[in-house]
Write a protein that binds this ligand. Sequence first.
Ligand code: DGL
Length: 277
Amino acid sequence: MQIQKGPIGIFDSGYGGLTILKDVVNALPQYDYLYLGDNARAPYGSRSFDTVYHYTWEAVQWFFSQGCELVILACNTASAKALRSIQQKNLPLKNAHKRVLGVIRPTAEVIGNYSRSGEIGILATTGTVESESYLLEIAHYFPSINVVQEACPLWVPLIENNEFNNPGADYFVQKHLQQIMQKGPAIDTLLLACTHYPLLMPKIEQFIPGGVKVISQGTIVANSLVDYLERHPEMANKCAANGQIRFCTTDSTAHFDANGAIFFGKPLKSEHIQLGH
Ligand code: DGL
């Protein structure tokens, strides 16, 4: 019997997951990828558990309808607020052979290795911070590490509106960096726990104290996927490998193509799809 193969699904509330997709494609260029940004309903960062779960599960079902066997939630907010319910409640019912993975666990598995001081700062959306997912996951892998969190609710809108390079962004970047360093003076590692934030890297580096490392998730998630597919050849076998990438958005394709290229680092062409009603 011939195995049904499909692209690897990569989901984000908007453009942020393209920063993850870029590193995943670099690490595993042979596979086919299907990217979906739910731009029409972004940002997710300030939405309730129920809403983020409902939106994310709709997106995952759409990936399944497109033939995906493996879907990565390349959005911390969706990973924090929807992944567990999807894995524990939804998949066993009808899709036990499919896999949905997130970005929080792979990050938590390694982030402690970056710190010498034993104190790590997490910069994230309000939703990710409130979920306390990073506190729980990091405590599991690195029980002696102290984790300090800071929600940066205006960073995603600044980035989505292309203001991340402008002087107006300085105030909000500096404010949250000062606040997290006050809460955790021994922090030597700052994790950008939102897939949008790597675009603010030049400004963040301008305002952090010397000796503090800033870590973004792209390569961490990419390395973890390489490892996962090596450990799960049955899943690797179900991933189509023609080196093709398809981009979809729930909002304007013209906006997606213009803004998405900044996140992905290359020109791209998207298709419009609809989720929910
Ligand atoms: N990119 C999403 C994340 O990683 C957040 C963006 C949003 O608020 O929708 O958390």
